[in-house]
Design a protein. Structure first.
Length: 422
């Protein structure tokens, strides 16, 4: 048996080898359609931001010649500069000033902006300072945010909403990103039926494929649900052969254990290479992944998920999702939001395995305004209990070397993003 981190390293090696062999092409897309994709090249700044020195506030631009202006000083208003309409007159000096608006260009001769709240109008074209002001105040300098020529974002950077804003400030309308990863997934099992089908004795509705689609939907992936394949070696082999020709990654749900009708592993091994491990993990102890195809043809990666609903969900979200993110261009895994929470129930743990337990996370705000987090895990953690997964809003991580836990102990908790982004 190997550890979870050892299994992750082996999967990472497989993905790196596939990227080296196959690669992922770059393509151009509009910035507005780039959200969630990963840059395939560095982006450098083409211009300064701000492009010119501008006012940070509505007020009056002064030339203080290196000295501070004191309260009760009087200035004559001799012109105006507003956003998009810079002042173009002769330089001002002495007791003269310029009416200026936020974002308007500050003339070269001006060195300070006094905000209008700190002035009083005493005539149509005269203002008096209500308080002292230091030279250089309320001005945004040319290039103080972005300098022309600097690397803004490096290759493999994910495009987020805040990055879209920064790129748009450069006048960038298109970006080069890695293309979408093509993923096909299927389930095996004669007992599995699609929604709307009539159920006979022993039948159940297939649910893992919908969960796979929901989990990978946020990544730049073009995916296809290949449906349920019968427990037939020939049918499974045909599905894998077709999928290997059309997708970068093929994911199976079920058929990777040691049952009499678990044919997926045998079929993958006959077509390429399969690594199968017993991992110190609960749920999801057996893990397998490999390659469909050989050196004579372009290969596709294969990821095998367990058939039980919770095991499939946890294995995909905790183990295979980082690999998919790597394959679409993510070279640095995004920081996972994790909290230390106070346990509200006892947990009986005896196995030397990494465990992911479903739980409900809540917060308590003290009278002083401090926030403490508390978590309750479900008493039943069996790998087929999908309703418990639906009721949970977090995953509690129990390390391999942890034993039984008591009320009041602190545990590591990962909130589900879809439950805490309101």
């Amino acid at each position: 048996m190997i550890s979870f981190s050892q299994a992750q390293s082996k999967l990472r090696e497989l993905c790196e080898a596939w990227i080296t062999e196959v690669g992922l092409a770059s393509e151009s897309r509009s910035l507005s359609r780039g959200l969630g994709f990963y840059l395939s090249e560095d982006i450098c700044a083409a211009q300064n931001v701000p492009r010119q020195t501008v006012s940070a506030m509505d007020g009056y631009a002064l030339c203080m010649a290196g000295g501070d202006a004191i309260a009760h000083s009087e200035f004559q208003v001799c012109g105006e500069s507003r956003a998009g309409k810079p002042y173009s007159g002769a330089p001002l000096s002495g007791n003269q000033c310029l009416r200026i608006m936020t974002g308007a260009v500050v003339p070269d001769w001006a060195d300070t902006v006094v905000i209008q709240e700190n002035t009083q109008k005493v005539a149509d074209n005269k203002v008096v300072l209500l308080q002292d002001i230091a030279v250089g105040k309320n001005i945004r300098r040319l290039g103080e945010d972005i300098r022309r020529g600097q690397i803004l974002f490096k290759q493999y950077q994910p495009i987020t909403p805040s990055i879209v804003s920064a790129l748009a400030s450069q006048g960038i309308g298109t970006v080069n990103t890695f293309r979408k990863l093509k993923v096909g997934f299927f389930a095996t099992g004669d007992e599995l039926k699609a929604a709307g089908d009539c159920l006979s004795s022993g039948d159940i509705y297939e649910s893992n494929l919908s969960a796979i689609a929901a989990l990978i939907d946020g990544l730049p992936i073009e995916y296809s649900n290949l449906g349920v394949i019968k427990d037939s070696k020939a049918d499974i082999a045909h599905c894998l052969q077709q999928a290997a020709q059309n997708f970068d990654v093929v994911i199976s749900s079920g058929g990777v254990s040691v049952g009499d009708y678990d044919y997926v592993k045998d079929c993958v091994e006959s077509m390429g290479k399969l690594d199968s491990y017993k991992v110190a993990l609960k749920p999801g102890k057996p893990l397998c992944f490999g390659v469909l195809g050989d050196k004579s043809q372009t290969s596709a990666l294969f990821f095998g998920l367990p058939g039980n609903g919770v095991s499939s969900f946890v294995t995909l979200s905790e183990f295979f999702m980082p690999a998919l993110r790597f394959l679409v261009g993510g070279r640095q895994s995004p920081q996972k939001l994790q909290l230390m929470a106070i346990l509200k129930n006892t947990i009986h743990k005896s196995s030397q395995r990494l465990e992911f337990q479903r739980g409900v996370l809540s917060s308590i705000v003290s009278s002083a305004g401090d926030i403490s987090w508390h978590v309750t895990t479900f008493s039943e953690q069996d790998s087929h209990l999908v309703y418990g997964l639906a009721q949970a809003n977090c995953m509690v991580t129990l390390s391999e070397d942890s034993g039984a836990l008591q009320v009041g102990d602190r545990v590591k908790v990962t909130p589900f993003s879809w439950c805490f982004n309101g």
